[in-house]
Each structure stands twice: as C-alpha cells, then as structure tokens.
Design a protein around this ligand. Sequence first.
Ligand code: AMP
Length: 283
Amino acid sequence: MQIIRTIKDMQVLSRKLRAGHKTIGIVPTMGAFHEGHLSLIRSSKNENDITVVTIFVNPIQFGPSEDFSKYPRDIEGDLSKLSSLGPDIVFLPDDKEMYPNGFAAAVNIGSIGGILCGAARPGHFNGVATVVVKLFNIVMPDNGYFGQKDFQQTVILKKIVTDLDYNVNIIVCPTVREHDGLAMSSRNTYLDHEERKAAPILYKALKLGEEFILSNSEVDASYIKEQIKKYIISEPLANIDYIEIVSVTHLDKVVKIDFPVAICIAVKIGKTRLIDNIIVDRK
Ligand code: AMP
C-alpha cells in the first residue's frame, strides 16, 4: 500500500497506470473509517486492477457553523484498517495541497444542490462536487465508489459526470448498518448513550414508510410522510429536519407513488444531525 501526498505524484502514477491499461477505482472518503467505508473499498478491489482510497476532510463542504474542526479524524487507525484490506494506493493530501492560496474555482451544480440536505446546508453540495471533480482529475479513475447512505450525493455526482463529460462510472454501494438498523456514520461517535439508543428511529421510520407504500401504493406521498412524522416525533430526543419522498433519478418530489421512489430523511438526535434513506420499488 503506497501513500501519496501530492497531486503531482498521484497524477504521474495514474498516467502510468492508465498507459499500462490498468483499471482504476477511486473511493473518496473523509476518513474515520467504519464498515461502510470498508465495504466500498472491497467493491472497488473486486472490480478494478488498482484501488485508490482518498482521505481528505474537505473544508469547503462544511458551513461556517458546522463541525469541520471537530469532525472525527483518526489517520493512524484508518491506515491500520487499510493495511489489512490492502488497497493499492492511499491519497492523503493536506488542505494546502488541495486548496493553495488563491484557489477560487468551484463547481456549481445548480438547484439540485439546494433541496433536501442542501436546504439546511447551503453550498455543501457545491463543495462536495468541487472536491470530487478535483479528485477525478487527480486520480483519473474508471470507477468511483459511493455509498447509498448519502443518496442525494450519488444523484448529484451522476449528474456531474453526465453534465461535465467525465468518463467515470458512479457505482452506488448499499448502506451498511449497525445491528439495530442505524446507518453507520463517522458522526455516530457524537451520540451519547441515550442518543445512541434513540438513533435507530430513523431506519425504523423508513421501514414503516416502506411498509405503507408497499401495502397501498395508491396513497398520497403526503399521507405516508405524515405517518413517518408521527412515528419519529414519538421519540423525545428526535427533531425532524425533513422527510421527503422523491424520484430516484432527479430527486423530484413525488405526489402519487411512482416506483421506484426514495424516502429520504434528516433528523437531529440531540445536537447530531443524522440522515438516512431507503429505496422502495414494486414487490
Ligand atoms: P464520508 O467519509 O462520510 O464522506 O463517506 C465516504 C463514502 O462512504 C461516501 O461515499 C459515503 O456515502 C460512504 N458511506 C458512509 N457511510 C456509509 C454506510 N453506512 N454504508 C455505505 N457507505 C457509506
């Protein structure tokens, strides 16, 4: 496992690999690895000659009052988890390498970045898009591996590769969950004991919504959202940010269920904002 810290070294190596007709899979991450991250790396290793894992806590995707400075970082632990998994390359740039003085360009993904999570996190998805485009230009991958956990992100990245003509397949891997259904997330470490006990309410609420849809797909999406809402507010530690039922291709709000749909939710448990989603298709 080779650790590369500069853009130039990474580009030189990627060019060489591509000239040798090696396929490259990229797994972009912000570190603090859990099983969700590791599952993406395994998929990439299965499907590519070379797997590049990138670890970079991207400052421009955090709002001014968000958790950039306290976001969990554990490079030693991450590298030790990686060494048993064996990706070929870890790209580990620092902030100055990615955003040197004077850096000003940005990818603007338009209105799809202002809905769902984008409504509460203005600029977040432009920040994600900018760093992912940079990583694609640096690593020059054939395939990019992303988790369904961040469903809006995957839809936006698919749009970017289409709109900006990147020859990268966006591969969406299933959400990895704890035994009680809570989607794994680096931010779960913020939860205290009581909050951790309350947090599986997100997944339980999604499963309830799924059950409603599958047993009566004629029903209005607003009725299903109402049932999900009632269920979540029964948990005193939960504070709903949004509950939406959207199309899986463009994230358009659905009025009548038209399969497949995604139920997407964001809920604060105490001070920690958690997101989750489920795709519901015909039985
Ligand atoms: P992050 O380090 O949180 O930016 O996540 C890096 C990648 O891991 C993103 O593509 C996430 O969607 C993915 N990911 C995070 N949590 C999970 C999970 N529980 N299951 C599957 N993928 C995940």
